[in-house]
Design a protein around this ligand. Sequence first.
Ligand SMILES: C[S@@+](CC[C@H](N)C(=O)[O-])C[C@H]1O[C@@H](n2cnc3c(N)ncnc32)[C@H](O)[C@@H]1O
Length: 316
Amino acid sequence: MTSTVAGTPSTRHTTVAPSGTGGQRGDGPADRDRPELRRTTGPYPHPMGDAAERWRERQLGRGIPDHVLRYAPADPWTHDPADFTPPAEPADTPSHRAARAIAERAAAWTCAGASVLDVGCGGGDAVFGAAWPEPSPVARVVGVDRQADMLAVFAAAARARDLPHGTVHGSWPDAAGDAGRHDVVVCHHVLHNVVDLPPFLAALSGAVRTRGGIGGVVVEMLTEHPLAWLDPLWERFHDVVRPPSATHDDAVAVLREQQGVAPEVLTWTRAARLPHDAAWVTRRLCLPADRVEEVAAALVDLPPRRTDAVTLTWSP
Ligand SMILES: C[S@@+](CC[C@H](N)C(=O)[O-])C[C@H]1O[C@@H](n2cnc3c(N)ncnc32)[C@H](O)[C@@H]1O
């Protein structure tokens, strides 16, 4: 059975936009078709180990079978930027606090503000959360995303906050060379889109500028794949049985295996953010809009989506 993993179709990096909008979008091959990603890159050139293989297998197990995808009336993966507009007053979360703490140390050491890179930035909730409240230690923010419309939201939010910013339109880690190095690298809710984790994590660590031993990465993710709660509906509507999801423990194991890093791991409960209404779920399940009522009825039987979040923090 061939399948495509949620979020896998990647966008080749094309344009660096130092400020404002991103560049052109072009379709690149899925990660699984790219043999160069079977090995890690950058400063951690180790072959893929057992933990990385486990992550990869579990992520491939989240795939949508081609016979389902072929008849999907709408793209089941693309995020609506409207769902990612950062709030004027960010939530006070462990991830925001962790990034801010590193930014404060960097700003104090350099006697200037810190620069923060947001990988898979969406509208920039991760980075603007670290820059809030004023007075902020953050002097510059750069967002990387493969969706140009997300970068437009990110840039508008930075302008509204009067924060110098840049955007890089492309797929991480391909886009890493254009993103530069920064005091803090944040990456929220992207890991479960990734099949080959080692090069992704290596590029996060590689993007950290360690000045005076300061600098770090803050990753936020859910404890399991964000769509795992819909697994019973895949079986019900498509007869597709999903294997267990990759977890944050699996991601930590890859980091240890590849970089010898033991991140600080903090588990907490976050507020649900994305819409989970029947129309949204219907699109995610590759079903036509005229089945929304059927999906709504099926959702009643499901346990509510879990909101266990994890913050991973490390210094490369
Ligand atoms: C679930 S959203 C999270 C957005 C934001 N980080 C937040 O927490 O609000 C995931 C974002 O990552 C982007 N993305 C996923 N994989 C990516 C990759 N390999 N490179 C760049 N962007 C990616 C998607 O386009 C999307 O905007």
